[in-house]
Every structure is written in structure tokens, then in C-alpha cells.
Design a protein around this ligand. Structure first.
Ligand code: PEP
Ligand code: MG
Length: 911
């Protein structure tokens, strides 16, 4: 609600009174028109009515006191400056009334042009247009004046009085067909005069009143309509989409009309000071002679490249180029502009810092540094992790006609085409033959891991952004679309159906993990040069690639700036190696559960099923060397860097076959009279271990406390692997991490046992092993002071902390109902994707503070998915963590954002 303002509160600013930093008050357009005016550039004179006036109008339903008088005063001074009066019958001043909010909302709000025309002033306009010795002959001038008038009635009727636009369109079409033409320009002055009459009748029919002839009334109603357009349905929707606050309101700009449609020596155009697609230097723009701005937008006639203006009007062209150079130097950025030439005189109608692609953002930031316009801190500020992430994925070349058949959740970005397979085994088989495959499942589980590794991409019909498929695919940097629920997956029949079509194993599909779109057939794919650079196969010093050079330069600066270290979540040597190339400074989370799958499953079954201690010990003993070998590989890849290994976390029954499948197998085998003793024992164990809420069941540290020897075996494997690396001349820095701790006593128990084993194994090898815990249960966060007494480090497991903090099942809710929460604005982004600063973030903050109070210098990190999310990285920087850890592909994004966090949070010294 707008605060009450005094009568003499200033609501109207002449262009000469504002500047570019007053966007809150004057909107983007008004602030920049003022800036250009003050730079001495040719801006048609005018004034801006503030967003505060709009807020007051929207709050009370009437113009605030004092506004009408201020408009009058500014109008008078505008009339004095122009030597004309608004709507004067002999020589009318005409104005446009344009919206302009703080944030650009293209086409969402209203504009009314040619305000001031009426039955008398149209004649005066014609006389002036024809009589001033310009190129429009008097016939042309007449046509121009009546065309301007009919445009006013049309825009005013539609915008101000809600007259259905189609009625005007229809009347225009009738006029054209009566003339036997499709082209507006074939209508002469008489035709347009007739059209004005027709338009007036439409206006009267819908509003019950004549078209207003009083110029000042036209102006006031137009201003009011622009205020009201802030709350038009499409504007409200757009704001919600773009997360623009609903209470900002729009400013209104009242600008002297200049005409680009006064003849061949007039025209209008748009231009960019560099290419907004690639960032390349040069002049990019379009020009349309003898036309008004809306003709360019409506695409009525084809524009020509701006360079052609040089032939048409060299003076204006040269002036425009020098203004563009000035604007760029002044704004120190790519600008986009709109201009009009009225009979050889150039007018600037708008400028703003232009939108650009991700590639252009990097390239332009680099160029501006070279040109001395900005420093590297500012360059870092002008790019972001989301842009870098976009540049790191292969993309579809969608220039051909491809229509998606389904849209799911863009779970792991990238673009992948391949042969459809429905099982992990088939994925492995076909990949071994050199085929690209897309693994399609209803949802994936740990058993699909090999298939996921073999596949180019993963498509599921169920599950959200933190489903198994999504998390694992992101970890591998593999394209994944999850939760495409229009697709029906029939694994036994090796078939999927979508949009009434059937896709069999062997057919080709393409999936876009950024947009979530699924296509039938093969869409061509282009690899990312930025990844090639990170992989080390492109040398930025020796290739002629502006993007790679800019990325290199800005990343180097970010690394020099950042305080947060960036580690990776990696469970294999290959992932560790790749992450290291991407700049990871260690492993923040090595999940050990995959080390219990595949051919080790049988040992795990023995471990679970064994009733006798010696059987269990035998199983653990057999697992020990296998685990040790896994760790040796990882320590080697991360030589010299810390590696946080997390003891096993998921409930053990996840390693057994699913209950239903097992029950059916046993029943069938029994029916056949086969010996099913082993299967029966397995079935009994699965039944015994079944949990209604496995996420809250026997997992994490609880497993270590309940299953004798399990954690001990893992601790021994880690310590032995570290010692073996040390003896081989390497430097292993293991950090053992205990999952799901909620009470210090749990950690103390595990730690006491672990320390004994470590002391025994490490001996005099010089290896140091830290023992710490995840903070992923709310109770752990709230008792962090106690837990810190027993922990040498904390790593925040923000996936579980979000799950348990909100009470949202991480495998279900995103696909199930988050759309409604997003629609209602309960949150703007899934809390599984970006940290919920107020709630879950508060738990992190409390734990960090209380942990460090109890143990000064306690090492703090985060290894949940949030560790690679740009906004969350800024939050972790603010909280004072030591490192973030994320999947290998997000490591560069986290490095960049950690650098940006310094420049943005701690203030930049660049200006
Ligand atoms: C977490 O909970 O944030 C975490 C990293 O552990 P996981 O995702 O393996 O449960
Ligand atoms: Mg967890």
C-alpha cells in the first residue's frame, strides 16, 4: 500500500530532472530517457509520471492529490519548449503516452500514440505535414494526418475503453477489400477519412459516448489506462512468471510525438551496440523507412539491415553510430535502442542495457574489460552460473521442424538422442556395440546404475528433480528427463506409448534435459566448447574462440577471488578425475553404497541373511579388499586433496530384490516343485526388513550401530587404502563421514570404534584420518554444539535436511504437487533445488554458529544438491562455510558463483 503523500509531493519529472539510477521511481524507460536527455542526446521532450503516482492510483482508484496540477504545469512547459499547444487546431502538439516499469515487461502494458488529435487538429496536422516543405506532398500529408487519427481512435478505444480490437481490425480489412488491396499503404486520405468515421461509430457503439475531442481529456484517460494496465491479466501472469513484485506499479511517459512515417526521408529502427546473440562487436539492427515503431513490431513490411541507412541518410546514420558508441561508453555495457528519423532529423526514443544470450554475456564482459570500460570484478558480476551451466551442455540444433511429444521435468541438462532401451542390461549391450541409447524406465533404482552409465540419456515417466534418476544423472553429467507422465512405459512389452504413438525398443528418441522436452526421432546435437576447454582439450591462449577465452579469463578471476573451496561429489575414480579437471579441490561426498552393488550383491545378501556371527564376518571380510581397491583408486585420483568418504547410508533392504517380485518367483518355483529354500530365506528377510518409511528407518548411523562389523569394515578399508597410497608415495587425506546422526552419542559410539581401527592400521605411516558427521537431521542442527564436541568436521546434507525440515518426501513431492505451491507463490523455486534460506537455511546457520562456538575452526561444508546451485552458493558463502561440494559438472558453476559471492556480498572495489 502506498504511503500517504502530502499535496505537494512530486509526482511528475521532466526528462531533464531524472537519471538512469531512478528506475524505481521513473521506471526503466523514463530513467533512461532522462539519462539520454542529460547526455545532450536528441530525445523528444517529455516528462514522466512516477510509479508512486501509479501505486497511489491503484490503491485508491483515483489520481493522487496534486497530480493533475503537476501534469498541467509540465504540459505547459512542454508546449512552451515546442512552440505548440496540445491538440491546437492549426499546429497541434501530439504526444505518446507510454508505460515503463522498473523491470522490462515487453508488450505487457499499454501505449497510446498521437494523443491530441481530433476533428480539428487532424486538419492542422495535415497542413503542417504538407506545408513545411517536406517530402510529403499535400496529398501524402493528408493521408498521413488521417492515418494518425485513425490509429489514435483504434489504440485509445482498445486500451482506454476496452473496445474489442477485432472490430477495428475488421473495419480496416473491409476498407482494404473495398479498395481491392491487402496493403494499408494503398488506402488514400479519403479512405482513411471514411475509416475514421467507421472507427468513431464502433467507439460510440461500445462506450455509449462520442470519441473524446478534448485533448486534455484524452491525455488524462490515457494516463489512467496505463496505470490500470499494470493489473491487466497478462501483466499479472508475466510478473508471476518473472518473479517481479506485484506492488511496484508502472511509470507513465508523456513524450512529444515524432513521426517516422512522413515520407521516404523518415523511418524508424532498432539497434544493438553489439550482437546480443554472440557478443561480436559491430552494429546490429533493423531499419524501416517511412514507418512508425509499431509497424516494425507488427512486421507489416520487411525491415532492412541498419547498415543500409548509410545509403539512405548518411548524416543520420553517422550521428546514430556516434550516439551508440557514446551510450555504450556511458552505460559500460551492450545497449539496445529505438530511434526514429523524422524528415532527416534523428530522435532517440529508448535505450536500455540489452538482454543477451549466455555466450554473449561472457564474450561482452571480456571485451569490455579489454576496452577498459569495466574491471574484472565487474565482469564477474555481469555473468552468472546459470549462464555458464547453459554453455556446458550439448544442445539440440532445432532449426529443423521438431515438435515435442511430451514434456517432463528437465532433471539433468543436456541434449541426447539414441535408441530406446527399457532395461539396464540391454543398455549395456547396445552401448558395447557402440550405439547411443536412451534408457527409458518408469523410475530408476540403484540396480539401473550400469545402464545409466552406458546410456547417453535417461527418461523416466515418474519422479522429480531429486528422484534417483535425476540425482544420479546429474552426478554423471548425463542428460535426464524425469516425470514425463504423458509417457506410458511398458517394460515387459519393451514399448512406450505417448501422444497416441508407440515407440518400441530400437526406435530413436531425443530428450532435452534442460527443457524437459521429448522428441521422436533423432535431433542433431552440437557438443559444448566450454566443456572441451574445461576438459583441457582447448587451450584458451591458442585458439581463436572469443567465448572460450572469456570463460577462461573470468573463471581465473573468480578462482582468485573466492573464499569457498569447491569440492565434488564423486564415487568413482573416473568421476573424481573428471571433477579434478573441472577444478574440484577434493571430494566432499563419496557415497559408498554403489560399492555394494553389481557382483558384490551376493556378498551383501550373505551379510544380511547370516544369522551366525562367523558367516557375517566372512561376508564382511570378502567385501573388505573390494572396498579397499575402490578407495585406492579414488585417493589416487585425488592425490594430495581431501576425500570425504561417507559410511553406508541407505537401508540394507534396498540391496535385496523387491518384495513383490521375490514373492512371485518363490510361488512360481514352489508350484513347479523346485528347491526354494534360499529364496524363501531371502523372502523372509525382505519381509522382516520391510519398512513403511524407509527414509526414516534403519539407515545411516543406525545401520552402523545395529549391524556389527559393517562400519568397522568400511573404516578399515578406508584407512588401509590411505596407508597403501602413502606407502606408494602418494598423499591420501581421508575424512570419514557418518551419515544421519541426530545425537552426539551416536557419533561418539561410532567414533570410538573407528579410532581404534584407524590407530591400528595407520601406525607410523603419517596418514591422518579425520572423523566427522553429516548434519542432515534437524535435531543434529539444533544440537550442533554438542555434536561438534565429537566431530572434526560437519558436512550439511541439505537434501535430507530439506526433506526432514519441510516434511517433504524428496522422491515424491516435486512431481506430485509442487506445481501448485509454485503457482500459489508459497515458494518461487523448489526447496530441493535452491536452499530455503529462512527455514532450512536457518538450521544451517544455527548449526554453523553453534558448532564453531563449541569447536573453533570446525571445518564446515555442504554436500547436498544445493552445493552446486548458484543462489545457495551465495548463501553458504554468507554463512561462512569452508567449502561446497557438488556433482562434477557443477564444479565450474560453483567456482564462478563462489567468486561472484565475494564481489556481491562483500562489495566490489571495482567502482
Ligand atoms: C543429503 O542428504 O543432502 C546428502 C548429501 O545425502 P544423500 O543425498 O545421499 O541422502
Ligand atoms: Mg542424506
Amino acid at each position: 500500500m502506498a504511503a500517504q503523500k502530502t499535496v505537494d509531493h512530486k509526482y511528475v519529472y521532466d526528462f531533464s530532472e531524472g537519471n538512469k539510477d531512478l528506475k524505481d521511481l521513473l521506471g526503466g524507460k523514463g530513467a533512461n530517457l532522462a539519462e539520454m536527455t542529460n547526455l545532450g542526446l536528441p530525445v523528444p521532450p517529455g516528462f514522466t509520471i512516477t510509479t508512486e503516482a501509479c501505486q497511489a492510483y491503484l490503491a485508491t482508484g483515483r489520481e493522487p492529490d496534486g497530480l493533475a496540477g503537476q501534469i498541467e504545469t509540465h504540459l505547459e512547459s512542454l508546449e512552451r519548449a515546442m512552440g505548440k499547444r496540445l491538440g491546437d487546431p492549426q499546429d497541434p502538439l501530439l504526444v505518446s503516452v507510454r508505460s515503463g516499469a522498473k523491470f522490462s515487461m515487453p508488450g505487457m502494458m499499454e501505449t497510446v500514440l498521437n494523443v491530441g488529435l481530433n476533428d480539428q487538429s487532424v486538419v492542422g496536422l495535415s497542413a503542417q505535414a504538407g506545408g513545411s516543405g517536406g517530402q510529403a506532398a499535400s496529398g501524402g500529408a493528408d493521408r498521413f494526418a488521417w492515418d494518425s487519427y485513425r490509429r489514435l481512435i483504434q489504440m485509445f478505444g482498445k486500451t482506454v475503453c476496452d473496445v474489442p480490437g477485432e472490430e477495428f481490425e475488421h473495419a480496416l480489412d473491409q476498407a482494404k477489400s473495398a479498395k481491392g488491396t491487402h496493403n494499408d499503404l494503398d488506402l488514400d486520405a479519403d479512405d482513411l477519412r471514411g475509416l475514421v468515421d467507421a472507427y468513431k461509430k464502433i467507439f460510440l457503439k461500445h462506450t455509449g459516448r462520442e470519441f473524446p475531442q478534448q485533448p486534455r481529456e484524452q491525455l488524462d484517460l490515457a494516463i489512467r489506462a496505463v496505470f490500470e494496465s499494470w493489473n491487466a491479466e497478462r501483466a499479472v501472469l508475466y510478473r508471476r512468471q518473472e518473479r517481479i513484485p506485484a506492488d511496484l506499479g508502472t511509470a507513465v511517459n508523456v513524450v512529444t510525438m515524432v513521426f517516422g512515417n512522413l515520407g521516404p526521408d523518415s523511418g524508424t529502427g532498432v539497434a544493438f551496440t553489439r550482437d546480443p546473440a554472440s557478443g561480436a562487436q559491430g552494429i546490429y539492427g533493423d531499419y524501416l523507412a517511412n514507418a512508425q515503431g509499431e509497424d516494425v513490431v507488427a512486421g507489416i513490411r520487411n525491415t532492412v539491415p541498419l547498415q543500409e541507412l548509410a545509403q539512405l541518410d548518411r548524416t543520420s546514420y553517422d550521428e546514430l553510430l556516434s550516439i551508440m558508441a557514446r551510450l555504450e561508453a556511458h552505460y559500460r555495457d551492450l545497449c539496445d535502442i529505438e530511434f526514429t528519423i523524422e524528415r532527416g532529423k534523428l530522435w532517440m526514443l529508448q535505450t536500455r542495457v540489452g538482454k543477451r544470450t549466455a555466450a554473449a554475456a561472457f564474450v561482452i564482459a571480456g571485451q569490455l574489460v579489454d576496452e577498459g570500460l569495466i574491471d574484472l570484478d565487474e565482469a564477474l558480476h555481469r555473468v552468472n552460473g546459470a549462464q555458464l551451466a547453459q554453455l556446458m551442455f550439448p544442445r539440440f540444433q532445432l532449426d529443423h521442424e521438431f515438435q515435442p511429444v511430451a514434456t517432463g521435468i528437465g532433471a539433468s541438462p543436456g541434449a541426447a538422442s539414441g535408441t530406446v532401451v527399457f532395461t539396464s542390461a540391454r543398455a549395456v549391450e547396445l552401448a558395447a556395440e557402440g550405439k547411443s541409447v536412451i534408457l527409458v524406465r518408469r523410475e530408476t533404482n540403484p540396480d539401473d546404475l550400469n545402464g545409466m552409465i552406458a546410456a547417453k540419456g535417461i527418461l523416466t515417466s515418474r519422479g522429480g528433480k531429486t528422484s534417483h534418476a535425476a540425482v544420479v544423472a546429474r552426478g554423471m553429467g548425463k542428460t535426464c528427463v524425469s516425470g514425463a507422465d504423458d509417457i506410458e512405459v511398458n517394460v515387459p512389452a519393451k514399448r512406450l506409448t505417448v501422444a497416441g504413438q508407440t515407440v518400441d525398443e530400437g526406435d530413436v528418441v531425443s530428450i532435452d534435459g534442460t527443457t524437459g522436452k521429448v522428441y521422436l526421432g533423432e535431433v542433431p546435437v552440437r557438443p559444448s566448447e566450454v566443456v572441451q576447454y574445461f576438459e583441457g582439450s582447448l587451450d584458451p591462449e591458442h585458439i581463436d574462440n572469443a567465448l572460450v577465452r572469456a570463460v577462461h579469463r573470468i573463471m581465473t578471476h573468480a578462482d582468485g577471488k573466492r573464499r569457498l573451496a569447491v569440492r565434488t561429489n564423486a564415487d568413482t575414480g573416473a568421476d573424481a578425475a573428471r571433477a579434478r579437471r573441472f577444478g574440484a579441490e577434493g571430494i566432499g561426498l563419496c557415497r559408498t553404497e554403489h560399492m555394494f552393488l553389481g557382483d558384490r550383491r551376493e556378498l551383501v545378501e550373505r551379510l544380511i541373511l547370516s544369522r551366525a556371527a562367523d558367516e557375517r564376518e566372512a561376508a564382511l571380510e570378502a567385501l573388505l579388499p573390494l572396498q579397499r581397491a575402490d578407495f585406492v583408486e579414488i585417493f589416487r585420483e585425488m592425490d594430495g586433496l581431501p576425500v570425504t568418504v561417507r559410511l553406508i547410508d541407505p537401508p540394507l533392504h534396498e540391496f535385496l530384490p523387491p518384495l513383490e517380485q521375490l514373492a512371485v518367483n518363490v510361488a512360481v518355483a514352489q508350484e513347479r516343485g523346485e528347491d526354494v529354500a534360499k529364496e524363501e530365506a531371502l523372502l523372509a528377510a525382505v519381509r522382516r526388513m520391510h519398512e513403511e518409511n524407509p527414509m526414516l528407518g534403519l539407515r545411516g548411523v543406525r545401520l552402523g550401530l545395529v549391524i556389527p562389523g559393517l562400519f568397522a569394515m568400511q573404516v578399515r578399508a578406508i584407512a588401509e587404502a590411505a596407508v597403501s597410497c602413502a606407502r606408494g608415495g602418494g598423499v591420501a587425506k581421508p575424512e570419514i563421514m557418518v551419515p544421519l546422526v541426530g545425537a552426539v552419542q551416536e557419533l561418539e559410539t561410532v567414533r570410538a570404534e573407528a579410532e581404534k581401527i584407524i590407530a591400528e592400521v595407520v601406525g607410523d605411516s603419517g596418514v591422518e584420518v579425520l572423523i566427522g558427521t553429516m548434519i542432515e537431521v534437524p535435531r543434529a542442527a539444533l544440537t550442533a554444539g554438542q555434536i561438534a564436541e565429537a566431530a572434526q568436521f560437519f558436512s550439511f546434507g541439505t537434501n535430507d535436511l530439506t526433506q526432514m525440515g519441510w516434511g517433504f518426501s524428496r522422491d515424491d513431492v516435486e512431481g506430485a504437487f509442487f506445481w501448485r505451491y509454485l503457482e500459489l507463490g508459497i515458494f518461487g523455486i523448489s526447496p530441493f533445488e535452491s536452499i530455503d534460506r529462512d527455514g532450512v537455511g536457518r538450521l544451517v546457520r544455527i548449526a554453523a554458529e553453534e558448532g564453531r562456538a563449541a569447536r573453533p575452526g570446525l571445518k564446515l561444508g555442504v554436500c547436498g544438491e544445493h552445493g552446486g546451485d548458484p543462489d545457495s552458493v551465495h548463501f553458504f558463502h554468507e554463512v561462512g562455510l569452508d567449502y561446497v561440494s557438488c556433482s562434477p559438472f557443477r564444479v565450474p558453476v560453483a567456482r564462478l558463483e563462489a567468486g561472484r559471492a565475494v564481489v556481491e556480498t562483500d562489495g566490489s572495489d571495482s567502482r
